[in-house]
Write a protein that binds this ligand. Sequence first.
Ligand code: NAP
Length: 261
Amino acid sequence: MTAPILVTGGTGTIGRRVVPLLRNAGQDVRVLSRRGGLDEPGLTHVEGDTVAGRGLAEALEHVDVVLHLAGGAKGDDTAAGNLAAAAHDAGVRHLILISVVGADTMPIGYFRAKADAERAIAGSGVPWTVLRAAQLHEFVLPVVRGMATLPLLPLPGGLRFEPMHVDEVAARLAELALGSPSGRVADIAGPDVLDVRQLADAYVEAMGKRRRRGVPVRIPGAAGRAYRAGDNLAGASVQRGERSWSDFLAELTASTAGVLR
Ligand SMILES: NC(=O)c1ccc[n+]([C@@H]2O[C@H](COP(=O)([O-])OP(=O)(O)OC[C@H]3O[C@@H](n4cnc5c(N)ncnc54)[C@H](OP(=O)(O)O)[C@@H]3O)[C@@H](O)[C@H]2O)c1
């Protein structure tokens, strides 16, 4: 039996796409999450909490590689600190973190926590890799759906996303987990940088809904300034995926036959 790769958050949106890729590469996988999951040959689940620091030592037994995907709206800095310390104690040889594009530039708590998480991983003493990813289509969808069905489409000036396909993030993470520690690697993002008008137009077209007239709105404060400056967007050295927002919407309508409309 090979040492299992530990995937924290392996039951989540990204994690459940990464785990089969690791399994197909012949790796045993152990998944850590708060709620656990069903075991199958080569795949075991352990319950623990990265923020509370519960169950980490047990999850890390006989593990060389850790892919840290567990995350939430709050506490990602604490979670990464706890995991980094436990991984160091356990003698882990490679610790991989998914972070977010704009971690060090966006003045919003979620991004700041990701920047702190990156520092915790880099300072852990464990050889490491950090991948910053742009928002997934699945994250952008509810935002756009909510806006696109209002009587007037709010158009926050300067707000843009470069959403990407979950399978492309998963493939890159699996590649990194199967490779050597690489430090901070190139950010990954979707093929297009789209504003709210473009995102909403593609959404209403795919869903067969009516296009709404837009009304300009202004995101206030430091967050607004940062979004207008594009601080949430990847830089020139980004690695871009190929699967677009329109591709995602087409997949969605095909797979749900309208259930999610
Ligand atoms: N989605 C995006 O657009 C995006 C973009 C860039 C980066 N990221 C980052 O990528 C990571 C994964 O995102 P995702 O969209 O797959 O998230 P998700 O669907 O919400 O899944 C989160 C996973 O983490 C587990 N988890 C959450 N809190 C935990 C805790 N305290 N202890 C142990 N397990 C915990 C969850 O399982 P339980 O609830 O059972 O614990 C679940 O398996 C996150 O760190 C996120 O910030 C996401």
